[in-house]
Design a protein around this ligand. Structure first.
Ligand code: VGL
Ligand code: ZN
Length: 199
């Protein structure tokens, strides 16, 4: 990984590690993202560097009820995954957790972004508390890694930008799920258009 870009961490920067959970990062997971586990050594290295520099590392966790319109069993787009309290919802055992964990999708809403969820029925926006947590620590810049690049990483990065954070996605620390062909390319374009820096 000699060509991995270095990230300069400082106390106003947060490393946001999105959904590195068994269902996404273990080949036996319900919504396995190809190569998801390969991101873990890099993510762990970045988290250690962040900690050493006085930066914050935060971890999001997809945390769904058993039944939700997010799942194909109830008319949604995804196979059942990250059901709260199950093995699939646990953070991957090789992930070093060096900061707070923020759960999303907890009330049956879609919860793609680490910052907000949207109720698929009412359209209501639900705050996860991540923005307040970062604001409290004086964070101005966010570096996003994790899974999946074209779903939750994308939504989290675009939301961070919208909330005024300087936002970077380190592509090597992410993998796409590509539920539809072209989703990853589209996601990269959308992130770029939103002002997210892709490295
Ligand atoms: C995700 C699909 C459904 C993700 C979460 O973490 O990217 N993707 N729920
Ligand atoms: Zn989900």
């Amino acid at each position: 990984m000699a060509d991995t870009p270095t990230i300069q961490f400082d106390p106003a920067t947060a490393l946001v590690v999105v959904d590195v959970q068994n269902d996404f990062a273990d080949p036996g997971g319900a919504l396995y993202v190809a190569g998801g586990e390969e991101t873990i050594p890099l993510v762990n290295r970045l988290a250690a560097e962040a900690e050493a520099a006085g930066a914050t590392a935060v971890y999001t966790q997809d945390w769904h009820p058993e039944r939700t319109p997010h799942f194909d069993t109830d008319g949604g787009p995804w196979p059942v995954h990250c059901v709260r309290g199950t093995w699939g919802a646990e953070l991957h055992p090789e992930l070093d957790v060096r900061g707070p964990v923020v759960r999303k999708g907890t009330g049956g809403e879609d919860g793609y972004s680490g910052f907000h969820a949207r109720d698929p029925q009412s359209g209501e926006e639900i705050d996860t508390g991540l923005h307040a947590l970062l604001a409290e620590r004086g964070i101005r810049r966010v570096v996003v890694v994790g899974l999946a690049r074209d779903v939750c990483v994308k939504e989290t990065a675009i939301d961070a930008r919208r909330l005024g954070y300087e936002t970077e996605v380190l592509l090597e620390g992410t993998r796409p799920v590509e539920a539809e062909p072209g989703a990853d390319e589209r996601a990269r374009r959308e992130m770029g258009e939103a002002g997210v820096t892709l490295r």
